[in-house]
Design a protein around this ligand. Structure first.
Ligand code: PLP
Length: 454
């Protein structure tokens, strides 16, 4: 089994068609900030596309009040919700690599997917807009929730082309359909669920090097454990690779929030990311990963993806009340409940534990106030006409007094003013003009994801 996994990983990351990163390199030269992983592995800086979109490093804080309330005296938070003053959260570290790749290769449109409330899809369409790249967003059904409504309207606001594809099968067929029809008009770059692939995972490997610098500055002690939500696995897999490469003793414990979640697939993604990096900079060592040694507490998923659990909602309420940090019911609430539960069950209460907040912290609700859901395709209307799930209803009522009325945000406005205009190609664009992009797009997709040798 391990041999087969290794072979697949090898196919995945075999160095592919030369990535032309010269356009991106121009942008990099003007930057004062470089990911610290590039200092340690300069070969990556040469070979891997990257563009500066976020605010780094993200802050650390000790969760004094929450930690005391749940009996964990050494619980810390790294708040990646604050990774941007436009739209933060965990996707930004991935997008700095993926969007740089898409831009360097000349793509005008991305095709991304997720559930209707996808944070990843929203982050993609917002930050791609900053680079003048449009997003086609393929989205499937999920349990109804207020954040899903907000995100759908924000997708609309930031100019995504929304395609309702109820099931996973529909998403797959829409990928094929949208890719072919759109590539006939202009170059289209494929991004799968959660924006996860070996290239984007480097963003989270870098986060471990960032954390190491913060530890060396004395901002916190080296953590024994890091906890975070696990969806498409890229965030945790990248962190795992980064912690090993940075020489941290820290064990990364991902808390799965959806099925199917499998420690073997997670290990494969870790191996693939590691190998992808080594192919681009031979000084990157192999870290080795054994699925049976990975801690993977799966009992916090609840009924299904995005169906809130009472424990997760309690974690959201307590974090808001005691720390003023806004977690969510789909990912971070469940992950925090899982972290507390694991530390207590395993009698590790005194260990230094770090929780990563992966949820965006910028309140964009004010942008959606005048939007009408009828401007979304028909399939989405039911999310605005049917009630949200009960746990979320209660949570929203509780959070309302903390969040207050939506307010205009000057930094968000400044970003929006700077966004280049976008336009979708006319339907009568002559198809033959860009037909070669169909082949190029598929080859680039394979090189970014599976990296076959061309
Ligand atoms: C808020 C939040 N946390 C965690 C995750 C999981 O990250 P990953 O898909 O990299 O496992 C997501 C994914 O969309 C997310 O939106």
């Amino acid at each position: 089994m391990r041999k087969i996994a290794f072979l697949i990983a090898l196919l995945w990351v075999f160095p592919a068609g030369a990535v032309n990163i010269s356009d991106v390199a121009v942008i990099i030269e003007e930057e004062e900030y470089y990911p610290p992983i590039f200092d340690v592995y300069p070969g990556l800086r040469e070979e891997v596309p990257w563009i500066h979109l976020g605010i780094w490093p993200t802050p650390l804080q000790k969760l004094e009040a929450y930690g005391e309330a749940v009996g964990l005296p050494n619980l810390w938070l790294k708040n990646d919700g604050l990774s941007s003053d436009l739209y933060g959260g965990n996707k930004l570290r991935k997008l700095e690599f993926l969007l740089a790749d898409a831009k360097a290769k000349g793509y005008k449109t991305l095709i991304a997917s997720g559930a209707v409330g996808t944070n990843s899809g929203l982050a993609t369409c917002i930050h791609a807009r900053r680079l003048g790249i449009k997003t086609i967003l393929l989205t499937s059904d999920q349990p109804n929730a207020q954040y899903a409504r907000d995100n759908m309207l924000l997708d609309l606001y930031f100019g995504a082309k929304m395609v309702y594809a109820p099931s996973d099968m529909d998403i797959f067929s829409q990928y094929v359909q949208q890719y072919i029809t759109n590539s006939l008009k202009e170059p289209s770059y494929l991004i799968f669920m959660g924006a996860t692939c070996p290239l984007s995972c480097i963003g989270w490997a870098n986060a471990a090097f960032e954390l190491k610098e913060q530890v060396e500055e004395g901002l916190m002690a080296e953590p024994d454990y890091i906890f975070l939500a696990l969806g498409s696995m890229g965030t945790a897999a990248g962190l795992h690779v980064g912690c090993k490469l940075a020489g941290l003793k820290t064990e990364v414990i991902p808390i799965p929030i959806t099925e199917p979640s499998d420690a073997r697939l997670y290990a494969l993604l870790i191996a693939a990311t590691n190998l992808y990096m080594k192919m681009r900079d031979p000084s990157v060592p192999f870290i080795g990963v054994n699925p049976s040694e990975i801690t993977f507490p799966k009992e916090h998923i609840g009924k299904e993806y995005a169906m809130f659990t009472p424990e997760g909602c309690e974690a959201v309420r307590m974090m808001m009340e005691l720390e003023g940090v806004h977690l969510d019911g789909t990912y971070t609430g469940k992950a925090m409940a899982g972290a507390v539960d694991w530390l207590k069950k395993n009698h590790q209460e005194d260990k230094v534990s770090l929780f990563i907040n992966t949820k965006n912290a910028v309140d964009l609700r004010y942008l959606t106030q005048d939007l009408d859901y009828h401007d979304l395709p028909r399939g989405y209307w039911k999310y605005f006409e049917e009630p949200i799930q009960q746990e979320d209803q209660k949570l929203e009522e509780y959070l309302a007094s903390y969040l207050g009325e939506p307010q205009v945000d000057p930094s968000v406005e400044a970003h929006i003013r700077e966004m280049p205009p976008i336009s979708w190609p006319e339907d009568d664009v002559p198809v033959y003009s860009s037909a070669p992009w169909i082949i190029k797009g598929i080859m680039d997709f394979i090189s970014t994801w599976f990296a076959l040798p061309w």
